[in-house]
Ligand binder design. Structure first.
Ligand SMILES: *Cc1c(COP(=O)(O)O)cnc(C)c1O
Length: 469
């Protein structure tokens, strides 16, 4: 593709995305294709000779689009939002255009320095403790997902618990880990991969609001110590995936510290809300954390992938993950004056993701970001009040951030039918969870383009589906 051909195709591609964002509201939110339907339309063998870009855009419209679920639709209320924005899309485009590899400072100094700078900005914006700043003992690093962020933290926790010997010897001893029964599945996955093992992961009970019970945590840790185990790590969640429950971070952190365990805080979704002064309380107790994760790719308008991991002591992470082969040796690294982010993650290669958040923060400004997050919270409270006032519906959990968990009083079958009816309409999409063994509907409000009229319409669809049962 010559530069001129690229310019023409590139303009067409940007035009395609712009039109998509204009029209996304009108698409059926949940894809309706049957399994295998997309592949059945693709040629079994790759083309022998090259094709024009228009042919690809045509197939994109005809074959791919019916198989897309529209996460950027303002009518998307499922799972947790993964919101994007125009400045983020442009950052992604330019990052791809540069095609740079930021594994070491030396392989693209600006990629590393912008990442360090933007992560320090993010720490300030979210009111995170000073120790997480690169100018202090810690620092932030961009990972692909919260799952990777938590994995990397678990590896550092494991090494610290064994005096940084497991990497060499492969010996673990008897390490144990603790999290609540409501923790995200990525915690168990990380504990497995780190070699600690699911059987050594203790699930702490929760209270009536689904938050971790510190007394139970303490009891489990004492029992393990008495049995000769070494508590290695405690994971608290700020905003659980089921119901956005908030663990008592301060009390959990104190218990973790008392037993010498690494303390990790998973705030993948809810952490972004701390950009608002009135929501800073979400980070109460985070000053006790050894590591902390938040996903700007959920609720800070920065498209996947962008997970922000912060550590209070970067040395522990680097000691855990650094292996320096001869072919990567260079003067800057040896001088110790630079950060090599390859030592902060599992992979070696890394994309220039800092551009995305840099563009987002500069486009919106902190005020602009606060405006949109605050509006999401307002809409969530509004929906929660409608649920509360409706005689046939009830709230199933507190609503601390941007998720409403609710039920029709008619039981599991009625709720399943309401959800299926609304989702099949294509006009809105939401999902469910189980709380107290009961099917619970959940709507997360955090899509970039969601306005009050979209939430109102979704609620109308729900109440109508309930009435015609
Ligand atoms: C979404 C979420 C995760 C997983 O995030 P990924 O980036 O998809 O790995 C983990 N924990 C919590 C609390 C989440 O909300």
């Amino acid at each position: 593709m010559t530069p001129d051909e690229f310019r023409a195709a590139g303009n067409a591609a940007v035009e395609w995305v712009a039109r998509y964002l204009e029209e996304v509201e009108d698409y059926p939110v949940l894809s309706r294709v049957e399994p295998g339907a997309v592949r059945a339309q693709l040629p079994p063998m790759p083309p022998e000779s090259g094709e024009p870009f228009e042919a690809m855009l045509r197939d994109l419209d005809e074959i791919i689009m019916p198989g897309i679920t529209h996460w950027q639709s303002p009518n998307f209320f499922a799972y947790f939002n993964g919101n994007a924005s125009a400045p983020s899309i442009l950052g992604e485009l330019i990052s791809a255009g540069l095609g740079t590899q930021g594994m070491l400072w030396a392989t693209s100094p600006a990629a590393t320095e912008l990442e360090t700078h933007v992560m320090d900005w993010l720490a300030e914006m979210l009111g995170l403790p000073e120790a997480f700043l690169s100018t202090e003992s810690g620092g932030g690093v961009i990972q692909d997902t919260a799952s990777s962020s938590t994995l990397v933290a678990m590896l550092a926790a494991r090494e610290r618990a064994t005096g940084f010997t497991t990497n060499q010897t492969g010996e673990l001893g008897h390490l144990t880990a603790y999290t609540s029964s409501q923790a995200h599945s990525s915690v168990e996955k990380a504990i497995r991969i780190a070699g600690i093992g699911s059987e050594n992961l203790r699930l702490v009970d929760v209270d009536a609001e689904y938050a971790m019970l510190p007394e139970h945590l303490e009891r489990l840790m004492l029992e393990d110590v008495a049995a000769g185990q070494t508590p290695a790590v405690v994971i608290a969640t700020v905003g659980t995936t089921s119901s956005t429950a908030i663990d008592p971070v301060g009390r959990v952190g104190e218990i973790a510290h008392r037993h010498g365990a690494w303390f990790h805080v998973d705030a993948a979704l809810a952490g972004s809300a701390a950009i608002l002064p009135e929501m800073r309380w979400l980070h109460d107790g985070v000053e006790l954390a050894d590591s902390y994760v938040v996903n700007p790719h959920k609720w800070l308008f920065t498209n996947l992938d962008f997970s922000a991991l912060f550590v209070a002591d970067r040395t522990a992470l680097i000691k855990t993950l650094s292996v320096l082969p001869e072919y990567l040796r260079n003067e800057a690294t040896e001088s110790g004056a630079v950060i090599d982010y390859r030592d902060w993650q599992v992979g070696l290669g890394r994309r220039f993701r800092a551009l995305k958040l840099w563009f987002v923060i500069r486009h919106y400004g902190v005020e602009g970001l606060q405006f949109h997050v605050r509006e999401h919270l307002r809409l969530t409270r509004l929906l929660s009040s409608w649920v509360d006032e409706h005689p046939d519906f009830e709230l199933a959990a507190p609503v601390p951030v941007n998720l409403v968990c609710f039920r029709h009083i008619g039981g599991d079958e009625a709720n399943q039918r309401i959800m299926d009816t609304v989702n099949a309409s294509g006009e809105a999409f939401f999902t469910h969870t189980k709380l107290d063994g009961k099917l619970t509907l959940r709507m997360a409000i955090g899509q970039t383009y969601t306005e009050e009229r979209h939430v109102r319409h979704a609620w109308d669809l729900i109440t109508k589906a309930a009435a015609t049962g």
